[in-house]
Design a protein around this ligand. Structure first.
Ligand code: SAH
Length: 361
């Protein structure tokens, strides 16, 4: 059972409802309080036992003395001119992560991190420059959503979640899947899996495992290139998890009726945004229930690419549309506060050489 490193007490924020009931039983608390406490934490966003007003005073005191209920601490909240809000959270061990609230796109959307940093090192992504610092726990992933929902007054309202913040979700598989289960629980945030989109570079064994999960989020694949050689350069994990194999897995992936896999494609000026690239992309999508989401590159110091002009983006999209591929262009939200795709990077006290380099350029 996850216990707090500081106090060695069980950390209730890390537990799904069944685990929570068992933990309470171990403390001599009747199991039925499990659902009640789960509701306080995950539905009402209350992590202080003293404030759980429908529990007896004795039980509240017992909990205060014998458990932890950890929650990310909000340090900075920055709102963009377009309403997008970026949150900097501090975790129990002092590390930081960023999450983003994107209002009405058309749904309310939370963009959530799954790791501190990322090991994938995609050539155009700022988070990749941090390297991987550590995985987030399930409780930290759920905690972000809970804190975001509390801060934006959406605890009781519908919202979508995209696992498109810092980190590669399939590189932290077990914690991510547990978090999705905890978030889906109807005593908690009750966010149905169809409201969640998991975005991945395409780690093949993990994708195959995902295909067998009972609780299935929507799938987005960060494709970004149409040849093995170019994807090797832009998304280096392609050297191990090949494009051809990735597309094969996508072809047989169990998408729901009328569902589709989203293919994200960052457009880098003069690199992967030519008409030939667009035509190759059309071919790759053949036989896959796909839609393509084009992401015009968000520029950042330290990244050696530029954003293509709008007419170039439109021309690329038109080639896809003309050949029957569903395509959309992602509007960059929150670029003025560096909250847009690939712009999440947390400067720690101990900066890695890559981070220092990214800051200098
Ligand atoms: N690691 C996962 C989750 C990140 S999702 C994944 O790669 O899918 C964030 C999306 O934004 C990914 O498609 C990523 O490739 C893209 N992205 C990263 N840097 C970007 C940038 N500078 N401009 C536009 N999109 C970027």
């Amino acid at each position: 059972m996850p216990v707090s490193a500081a106090t060695s007490r069980p950390d209730l924020a890390e537990l799904d409802r069944e685990e929570l009931e068992r933990a309470l039983a171990d403390l001599g608390v009747p199991r039925f309080h499990g659902s009640q406490i789960y509701r306080w934490i995950h539905h009402r966003g209350v992590t202080d036992p003293a404030a759980m007003s429908d529990l007896s005073v004795e039980l509240r005191q017992h909990l205060a003395a014998s458990v932890e209920i950890s929650t990310p601490t909000l340090e900075i909240k920055q709102t963009s001119t377009d309403g997008t809000t970026k949150f900097l959270f501090r975790l129990a061990d002092g590390l930081h992560i960023e999450s983003v609230y994107i209002p009405d796109t058309p749904a309310e959307t939370f963009c959530v991190s799954t790791q501190v940093g990322c090991a994938m090192k995609c050539a155009f992504c700022l988070t990749g420059k941090m390297g991987l610092v550590r995985n987030l726990t399930a409780g930290e992933i759920v905690g972000q959503v809970r804190r975001l929902a509390t801060e934006t007054h959406l605890l009781d309202k519908p919202f979508n979640i995209v696992l498109m913040g810092m980190g590669e979700p399939l590189h932290n598989y077990d914690a991510v899947m547990k978090a999705l289960r905890m978030i889906a629980d109807d005593r908690g945030l009750a966010v149905a899996p169809r409201r969640v989109t998991l975005s991945t570079v395409g780690l093949i064994p993990a994708l195959k495992r995902l295909a067998t999960e009972p609780l299935m989020p929507n799938l987005a694949i960060s494709l970004h290139a149409t040849t093995e050689a170019q994807r090797d350069d832009l998304v280096p994990i392609n050297q191990k998890h090949r494009l051809v194999e990735l597309l094969e897995v996508c072809r047989t992936f169990p998408v729901k009726r009328r569902g589709r896999i989203t293919f994200e494609y960052v457009l880098l000026n003069g690199v992967n945004d030519t008409p030939d690239d667009a035509r190759r992309l059309v071919k790759l999508m053949h036989g896959i229930k796909a839609k393509v989401n084009l992401l015009p590159f968000n520029e950042a110091a330290g990244l050696p690419f530029t954003r293509p002009a709008e007419d170039r983006v439109n021309a690329f999209a038109q080639i896809l549309a003309d050949r029957g591929v569903t395509v959309s262009v992602r509007k960059s939200r929150g670029r003025d506060i560096r909250a847009a795709c690939g712009q999440l990077i947390v400067e720690s006290a101990k900066r890695s050489p890559a981070q220092k380099l990214a800051e200098k350029i």
